[in-house]
Ligand binder design. Sequence first.
Ligand code: GAR
Length: 203
Amino acid sequence: MRIVVLVSGTGSNLQAVIDAVQAGELDVEIAAVGADREGTYGIERSDEAGLETFVVNFNSFETRAEWDAALTERVAEYAPDVVVSSGFMRIVSPDFIERFGGRYLNTHPALLPAFPGAHGVRDALAYGVKVTGCTVHWADAGVDTGPIIAQEAVAVESDDDEESLHERIKVVERRLLIDVLRQLSAGKLIAPSSANGVQSSAS
Ligand code: GAR
C-alpha cells in the first residue's frame, strides 16, 4: 500500500509512521511526504529518513483553487493508494478527494464531531470536558468531517494545559493511526469508493 503523508507542522505522527515502517511493524510504502509551507519539521524528519518530499506552498498561489489543483497534481504523481493528513491544517477540495478515490485519511485530537478545527485540544479544555480523545476518519471536504474509523478517549486531568493534554492525546493518536494503516494494508478495512461514503467498516 502506497501512501502520501501531508503535514503542516512538527510531524510527530508522521515520525511514528516512519518508525513503524522502519521497524517492520507496518507494511506500507511512504511514497512521499508533502507540506503546505516551507520549513516544517515534518519535512525535515522526512528528509532525515531519506523519503521523497515536496512543498506546495499555500502562500505562493493567488487562489485556494489554484493551490488545490497544484497539490492534487503533485500528490497524484506518487499514485498513492491512500493519502494521510497528519496534522495537515488545510481544507482540500472535493476534487482532491475524488481524485484519490475518497481515500483521504485524517487524524484529529478530539472526539469528533466535538471540537473540530485547528484547536481541538484548546477548545475541549476551554469547554471544560472531563474526557476528550482522538479520532481517525475518512476526511471529506469539510473541517474534520467524514466517516469515523477509530476513536479513543483520553481523560482530562485537573492540572492539564493544552500542551500536556495534547501530548497524552498524541500518544494514543499515533497508535490509532498506525493501527488503522495496518488494517488498511492488510485489507481488513475497505476504503470509501468516493468522497460521499464508506463501503464498509472494520471487518
Ligand atoms: C495532531 O494532533 C493532529 O491530530 C492535529 O495536529 C496535530 C499534528 O501533530 N490535527 C488537527 O488538529 C486537524 N484538525 P504532529 O504534526 O506532531 O503530527
